[in-house]
Design a protein around this ligand. Structure first.
Ligand SMILES: NC(=O)c1ccc[n+]([C@@H]2O[C@H](COP(=O)([O-])OP(=O)(O)OC[C@H]3O[C@@H](n4cnc5c(N)ncnc54)[C@H](OP(=O)(O)O)[C@@H]3O)[C@@H](O)[C@H]2O)c1
Length: 302
């Protein structure tokens, strides 16, 4: 298949591109600058494809681009960038893809388990309603923008990612730093569910969904863990203490809504559609995923 990926320089996009190329697919990058070679197609978040003629013949588009959500306190300017790089940018991209003589058959768009908001220990599958808060509202509108592709595509898939674990980037390296200094500990009560997926499984699941998926899909591991479980696993694998819980008021004072919605919110999101569709995980358990990442990157002691 001829597949274009936006956000291809990011954590998931670069792993996905490697996975797709290894499977023999012809991968193009949707880049936000002038193309440097035949493998790149230019798009702009504010106006979609720059040269629609160059995008003819794509079978599938995987749209992952978006301003980082975890990059710090959500100031008004940052909220604007988080939303505008997703909702109107997805609408513009879909408009320009739909106007092609032969639009892609499949449109796959990122979203996040942030869709569900803070839901305690409720089991959340893809039919569960959206929650409250800034992230939930961005995810809801982002998925609605992606769904407009259904007028010309055979299938639209939205990827509700849990936290993607890789020692090479994203959340995990940030979590490891306090442990390395012996200052690790749970966040808040630690009772909040921590939805996660290993990077290889996230990329493998997207490849699987190119053939089988439709509608929203939770990209999370089958093993559900809390923040306290995660903290214990990190401490054990790194052989460091986990004696320094970060209290909720301190996290909220430091990071505001980002702490409430991304660090302290509980989303027990189950991958019902991936399991029903027969997807096989390489890392179904947190301990296996973390052990692989820490050994692989030489981060484990001993
Ligand atoms: N990683 C996770 O744990 C996780 C969890 C939930 C949801 N997600 C979602 O999945 C998608 C991919 O995640 P990721 O971890 O690969 O993200 P990432 O590493 O931050 O990469 C995102 C990519 O989007 C592009 N981008 C950055 N700022 C942008 C902006 N203002 N407007 C348009 N494009 C911009 C960049 O690619 P180019 O420079 O190549 O355009 C960047 O490399 C994101 O939309 C993210 O919200 C990720």
């Amino acid at each position: 298949m001829k597949i274009a990926v936006s956000g291809g320089s990011g954590l998931i996009g670069s792993a996905l591109t490697r996975t797709l190329e290894r499977s023999g697919h012809d991968c193009r990058q949707l880049v936000r600058r002038a193309p440097r070679n035949a493998g790149e197609l230019e798009w702009r978040p504010e106006r979609g494809l720059a040269e629609p003629a160059a995008a003819q013949g794509l079978d599938t588009v995987v749209h992952l681009a978006g301003e980082s959500v975890a990059g710090g306190r959500w100031t008004a300017a940052r909220r604007h960038r988080i939303r505008s790089s997703r909702v109107p940018a997805t609408l513009r991209l879909v408009e320009s893809l739909s106007a092609l003589e032969r639009p892609p058959r499949v449109f796959v768009c990122a979203s996040a388990v942030g869709y569900y908001g803070d839901r305690g220990d409720e089991l959340l599958d893809e039919d569960s309603p959206a929650g409250d808060g800034f992230l939930a509202s961005v995810c809801r509108d982002w998925e609605a923008a992606a769904a407009t592709a259904a007028t010309t595509c055979e299938r639209v898939v939205t990827l509700r990612f849990g936290v993607v674990l890789s020692a090479g980037g994203g959340a995990l390296p940030r979590m490891l730093t306090p442990f390395r200094f012996g200052l690790g500990g749970r966040l808040g009560s630690g009772r909040q569910y921590f939805p996660w997926i290993h990077l290889d499984d996230a990329a493998g699941a997207i490849r699987h969904l190119l053939d089988h998926g439709e509608g929203p899909v939770n990209l999370t591991a089958p093993e559900q863990v809390t923040n306290a479980d995660l903290t214990r696993s990190l401490a054990r694998l790194l052989r460091r203490p986990a004696l320094f819980p970060a209290p909720t008021p301190a996290l909220v004072a430091l990071f505001g809504d980002m702490a409430r919605e991304a660090l302290l919110a509980s989303a027990r999101a189950v991958p019902a559609r991936l399991l029903d569709g027969g997807f096989t995980y390489r890392y179904p358990t947190l301990e296996a995923a973390l052990a692989h990442e820490l050994q692989h990157r030489g981060s484990a002691p001993g």
